[in-house]
Structure formats: structure tokens, C-alpha cells
Design a protein around this ligand. Structure first.
Ligand code: COA
Length: 154
């Protein structure tokens, strides 16, 4: 029997966070992407600071971290979610929805009114997950990657 659970990563988990975050960046952007290269050179102190300043959640499958989502305050009233990712082996079991739910719950606990995120227009799987959770497209083509901005009122 497989046991899955979502857990918030604390500063003490920085090594786990670094490994999963770099897996996600390599898988999504490739090892030559500037963002991957920048974070691959993070020190322990930088990983720890990221976990202090942002809320990061992983999904554990039989105690193995297999995915990630992060959240940060955008303003006093708004939280931005980023980096929803699942290891390819863990996809197709609804775990992305569980990660998303944990991050949205965290936003609610921070008493903000809006949760936002960005998604590539052609990423229909991710977009479907966000829409199922109640997110709606707020603006088209944001930033250099021409992503859709989505938001949820909480
Ligand atoms: C996006 C991601 C986290 C989704 O995780 P997943 O485990 O693949 O998602 P699921 O299998 O739970 O599928 C979610 C839903 O999408 C549906 N789906 C699958 N393929 C689809 C497609 N091509 N188009 C539309 N919906 C699709 C599934 O049926 C499922 O719907 P359901 O919950 O109603 O059954 C994962 O694919 C991933 O890590 N991708 C790479 C990183 C990424 O794109 N992150 C998002 C950045 S914004």
C-alpha cells in the first residue's frame, strides 16, 4: 500500500528542498537555463533563507519527496504560488491537487484575500488543476514568458 502526505518544509529540510527544487528546474527548464544555474549554486544559507521567506510544501510518497509547490506574499493582501511540480513517476494520481490545496490553505491562514499564479497558455494539465481548484484567468500574457495570470479569491 502506498502512503502519501503533504508536508511543509522547514529550514531544517533545506537539503530535501534543494534536491527537489533543482529536479523541478532541470525537468521544466533544462540544466542550461539561467534560473537553474543560479539556484544550483545556492549555499545552504540561501536555501534556508528561501524556506524562511517562502512557504514550500512537498508531497511524500512512502516518505520520498516527489513534488513541490511554493508560496510567497506578494502584498499584505495577496499570496503568489509558484513552482508546482511533480516527479514524472508521481504524476497522474491527483497529487498536484493536494499540493495546491495545501498552498491555498496556507494562504487562507495568512488571511489574504487573493491567491495568484502564472501558467503557460499551452499547459492544459496545470491549467485544468488550477481551474478545478477555482482559479480563473485574470490577465493574458504576463511577463517575458507570455504566461496567463490566474487568481482565486479566498
Ligand atoms: C502539472 C503537474 C503538476 C500535474 O500533475 P499530474 O499528476 O500530472 O496531474 P494529474 O494527473 O492529477 O492530472 C490533473 C488533471 O488533468 C487532467 N489531464 C491530464 N492530461 C490532460 C490534458 N492533456 N489536458 C487537460 N487535462 C488533462 C487529468 O485528467 C486530471 O483531471 P482530474 O483531476 O479531473 O482527473 C505535472 O504534470 C507536472 O509537474 N508538470 C511539469 C511542471 C508544470 O507544468 N507545472 C505547472 C507550472 S504552472
Amino acid at each position: 500500500m502506498t502512503v502519501t502526505r503533504v508536508a511543509r518544509l522547514t529550514e531544517a529540510d533545506w537539503r530535501v528542498f534543494a534536491v527537489v527544487r533543482l529536479q523541478a528546474l532541470t525537468d521544466s527548464l533544462g540544466p542550461t537555463d539561467p534560473q537553474y544555474r543560479r539556484e544550483a549554486s545556492f549555499t545552504a544559507a540561501q536555501w534556508r533563507r528561501r524556506l524562511r521567506e517562502h512557504a514550500a510544501f512537498t508531497v511524500l510518497v512512502d516518505d520520498r519527496p516527489m513534488g513541490l509547490i511554493s508560496a510567497q506574499h506578494q502584498s499584505a493582501d495577496s499570496v503568489y504560488l509558484y513552482s508546482l511540480w511533480l516527479a514524472p513517476d508521481a504524476r497522474g494520481h491527483g497529487l498536484a491537487g493536494e499540493l495546491l490545496e495545501a498552498a491555498v490553505q496556507w494562504a487562507r491562514s495568512r488571511q489574504v484575500h487573493t491567491v495568484t499564479l502564472r501558467v503557460a497558455p499551452d499547459n492544459s494539465v496545470a491549467r485544468g488543476i488550477y481551474e478545478k481548484a477555482g482559479f480563473r484567468v485574470a490577465a493574458a500574457t504576463v511577463g517575458p514568458r507570455q504566461e496567463l495570470a490566474m487568481s482565486l479569491s479566498v
